[in-house]
Each structure stands twice: as C-alpha cells, then as structure tokens.
Design a protein around this ligand. Structure first.
Ligand SMILES: [Mg+2]
Length: 311
C-alpha cells in the first residue's frame, strides 16, 4: 500500500486479506483475473445476485447475514449438481449513502462462510450506485466423477424425494441454512439421483421446472410432504402449513428424482445421516402436475416465489 492508494483500494486490500485462501486459486484476488485450478478438465459454475429488499432486508438482518446468504445460495446450487465447491468471485454494489462500515461487515460475513466451507475468493469488483445494496456471487465447483447431476434426468416411474422438511423459512432458515453439499455427494456416490435441484423458490414452483427439463409429469402426495415446524408458526395470511411447505420457498433442501430405493441404499443413506423423504412420483408428461389428497388428485398450482411476477 502506497500513499497513492485510494480509500477504495484500502478497503479492497483489507477484503482480500480476509477472503483469499485455499489451494484452489493459482492466482487469487488483486489482479485483473484469477486462475482456478481444475485438474478434471471441467469446472461447474453458477451465479446468483441478491438485492436488499428482495432477498434480504439489510436493516433487519445486518450485512454479515446478507453476505453469508449470498455465498450459501451459490453453494446450494453447486450441491444441486453434486459438485464440490472450489471457490467464488463476488461483485458488491454499495448504495451511495452506505455507512462507512458496511463493506467491512459484508466481508466479515463472506469470510466466515468461506472458512466454514473452505471455499475462498479469487477476485471481485466493488461499485457504488443509487440503488439498494446488491451482492452478486459466482461460485465454481469440481464435478463429481462421471459428471454433474442436472434437472433433466427424471423419467416416468421415478420417485421424487426431498432432503428435509419444508415451509416457514422466513422465520430465519432463509438466511442461515446448510447447503446440502455433503448430502448431494453421498447421494451421487450411491448413484441415487437421476435429476436434482435445490428448492429456492418453493416446491410448487421448482418442481415444474425440473419436470419441464426432464419431460415428465408429477403426482405429489400431500400427506407425504415433510412440513417444517416453522410452517405452523404465526401464519397471518391464513395459509395452511402444507400450503406454506409447498409455496414459501428458500428451503434450500434438495429435490431428487430417483429409482425406487433398494434396501441396501436406504441403509447406506441412514448410515451417512442423509434423509430422503419420498413425496411422490414422476408420471407421463400428459398427466401434468398433480397434488393428491386422500386419493383425489388436483392440479398442483405454482404459488412459490417468482421474481418476475412478484410476491
Ligand atoms: Mg438452484
């Protein structure tokens, strides 16, 4: 650092000290480009931008939690592909009127998550603008042997399962959750997933996306959907816990399409502590998406979060 360093340079220099690390970056932050080590000849990549007032409320959750979430949501997407996190890059757009400590507190949240997941930063960019705080992270991962799991491998007759209970994430789980990286790799090692995705916008919105990519329909058994206790807490809108499990979103559990499980696979999953709650099955595409209650199947309506529809 020389006398000609600007305030921004000093800020970024401090961030680099806290966010750079790990063996996967051959060239780390501070240059025009970073270089990621990728012996396998393929790198998995995913990106997500989080905006204050949309994906978090900065005034309520604070910068550390917002920054943690910006990395965790990307790790969740890597998990959906059964990829192993290798590193990330981040762009931060600070509001013109941001308090002096905002950037350092964002870096603190990112650094905590980077350490927890041994997934370090290889570069980034900082800007200022008139809008709300925006955090855009791009993460990189190592594909599992044989290639990643996508959304397109489900076939009629497959079972649909989720890795944990759904609904009520706004009580706190939407900010602080465990991306199912380990679970995905266990599932992949046991050759379970035909198709997989992480549940970010709600089962009723995300399931159709997987079905579309796979060219299948779905029949979900309402009674089989695991409902998180938080889905029953303070529901001022009068929606039932089941509706909240289907629609709330930001559960960040995995939705997995797979063949009916053999006993040996069930035993292996239990030994690894990986839960799979079977919620229904993939059907022929002409059957569409249905939700069955007491033997009566109704159309499954997507009421999850859609950024381009609102609410
Ligand atoms: Mg996703």
């Amino acid at each position: 650092v020389t006398d000609s360093s600007t305030g921004e340079d000093l800020l970024v220099g401090r961030a680099i000290e806290r966010l750079a690390g790990g063996p996967t970056w051959i060239v780390g932050p501070g240059h025009d480009c970073g270089v990621l080590r990728a012996e396998e000849g393929a790198v998995v990549t995913t990106t997500d931008a989080l905006v204050d007032g949309v994906h978090f409320r900065l005034a309520d959750c604070g910068p550390e939690a917002a920054a943690r979430k910006s990395l965790l949501v990307n790790l969740s997407d890597l998990a959906a592909a059964a990829a192993e996190p290798l590193g990330f890059v981040v762009c931060v757009v600070l509001p013109f009127d941001a308090p002096d400590d905002l950037f350092d507190r964002l870096v603190a949240g990112l650094a905590e998550t980077a350490r927890a997941w041994n997934c370090w930063c290889g570069g980034g960019d900082t800007n200022r603008g008139p809008g709300p705080l925006t955090l855009a992270v791009t993460a990189f991962g190592r594909p599992p042997a044989g290639g990643i799991v996508t959304r397109s491998g489900a076939r009629p007759g497959d079972r649909f399962s989720v890795t944990g209970p759904l609904g009520g994430s706004l009580l706190g789980r939407h900010l602080d959750f465990t991306p199912r990286v380990r679970e995905a790799r266990v599932l992949h090692a046991l050759r379970v997933p035909h198709a997989m995705m992480d549940l970010s916008d709600g089962l009723s919105t995300d399931l159709p996306r997987l079905c579309r990519m796979s060219g299948v329909g779905a029949r979900i058994e309402a009674g089989a959907v695991p409902i998180h206790p938080d889905a029953a807490v303070g529901a001022p809108t009068g929606r039932s816990p089941l509706e909240r499990a289907l629609d709330d979103g930001e559960d960040f559990e995995l939705l997995v399409a797979h063949a009916p499980l053999e006993d040996a696979t069930r035993v292996a999953l239990a030994r690894e502590g990986v839960a799979l709650h079977e919620i229904g099955r993939a059907t022929e595409p002409r059957e569409g998406l249905r939700l069955a209650r007491g033997g009566i199947a109704m159309p499954l309506v997507a009421r999850g979060y859609d950024h381009f529809r609102g609410g």
